[in-house]
Design a protein around this ligand. Structure first.
Ligand SMILES: [Zn+2]
Length: 266
C-alpha cells in the first residue's frame, strides 16, 4: 500500500484564507522542502507543519523529489493540499536508478537534479548523463529546473550551456564568491538562500536573484539550530536576509515571493 494512500482523506488539509490585518505582510514561499518524505516527517507531523507554516505567513510550498518513488510521494502529498506543489527529479546521488517521468497539474519543475562530487566514489559520467537527461526533460516539458550542485560547478556550467533556454534555481548555493559571480553573469538562474546562510559566511546574491527555501528537514536556520527544520522558518530566513542586506522585511518578502512565483509559475 502506498504510505499516503490510506490516510489521504483524513489528512486532507487546505490553507485557510489569509486574514488581512493592517500591517499584513505578503505571503512567503518555501521553494524547496521535503515535507512529503515520511522518513523525516510522519503524515501527522507534516499536517502540523503546514498549519504552522500558514500561521507564519508562508503562502505556498514546493515539495522536491529526489528519486522516482520520492517524486511520486511528493505528487501524492500535494494532491491532498492546496497551495502545495511538487517537482520530479532524480538527485545526482541516485544516478543509475531507473525512473520514468510522470506529470500532474501541480508539477512545477524538474529537480532536484545536478552534480554532486562531494562524497568519494561518485560516478561523474553517470551523473553528467543523468543531468543531461533531466535537462532535456525540462526543455521538452517547458519546466524550470531545481539544481543541486556541490563541488562540481565547472562541469555544471559546461552542461547547462548546451541548454540555453532552461530557467532554474541553484538550490542551496554553498560555493565561492567567484562561482556566484559566474552564476549571476553567465546564467539567468535564481539562487536559493536557506538556513545555511544564517550561520556561515557564504556570499549573498543580489535580491533580484534570490528565492527563499528551507530544505526542511535539513539546514535549520538560526535561532533554531539543533532541531528539525520546517517550512515556517522561511520567516526567520527572510528576517536574516533583511538584516544582512539592510533592506526592510516587506521588500524582502515581496521580491523573493515574486521571484519564486515567476520561476515556478505558481
Ligand atoms: Zn533538498
Amino acid at each position: 500500500m502506498n504510505a499516503l494512500g490510506g490516510e489521504r482523506k483524513e489528512n486532507s488539509f487546505s490553507f485557510p484564507r489569509r486574514r488581512r490585518a493592517g500591517n499584513q505582510s505578503v505571503g512567503l514561499v518555501d521553494t524547496h522542502c521535503h515535507l512529503h518524505d515520511r522518513e523525516f516527517f510522519s503524515a501527522e507531523e507534516a499536517e502540523k507543519m503546514l498549519a504552522r507554516a500558514h500561521e507564519n505567513g508562508i503562502e505556498k510550498i514546493v515539495c522536491i523529489g529526489t528519486n522516482h518513488e520520492d517524486s511520486l510521494a511528493a505528487r501524492d502529498f500535494t494532491e491532498a493540499h492546496d497551495n502545495v506543489y511538487w517537482t520530479y527529479g532524480i538527485h545526482p546521488e541516485n544516478a543509475g536508478e531507473s525512473y520514468s517521468f510522470i506529470k500532474s497539474p501541480k508539477l512545477v519543475a524538474i529537480g532536484e537534479v545536478g552534480l554532486d562530487y562531494h562524497y568519494e566514489g561518485y560516478d561523474r559520467d553517470a551523473q553528467i548523463k543523468l543531468f543531461r537527461e533531466m535537462l532535456q526533460l525540462a526543455k521538452d516539458n517547458n519546466l524550470p529546473v531545481v539544481f543541486h550542485v556541490r563541488e562540481a560547478f565547472d562541469d555544471f556550467f559546461d552542461v547547462v550551456k548546451d541548454f540555453p533556454e532552461i530557467r532554474g534555481v541553484v538550490h542551496s548555493f554553498t560555493d565561492s564568491k567567484k562561482v556566484l559571480k559566474r552564476i549571476l553573469e553567465e546564467t539567468d538562474f535564481y539562487v536559493g538562500v536557506n538556513g545555511l546562510a544564517t550561520y556561515s559566511t557564504l556570499p549573498t546574491p543580489p535580491l533580484e536573484r534570490i528565492i527563499l527555501e528551507t530544505d526542511a528537514p535539513f539546514l535549520t536556520p538560526v535561532p533554531f539550530r539543533g532541531i528539525i527544520n520546517e517550512c515556517a522558518y522561511i520567516r526567520n530566513i527572510a528576517e536574516w536576509l533583511s538584516e544582512k542586506l539592510g533592506v526592510d522585511l516587506k521588500t524582502i518578502e515581496k521580491e523573493t515571493t515574486e521571484n519564486a512565483k515567476r520561476l515556478y509559475r505558481i
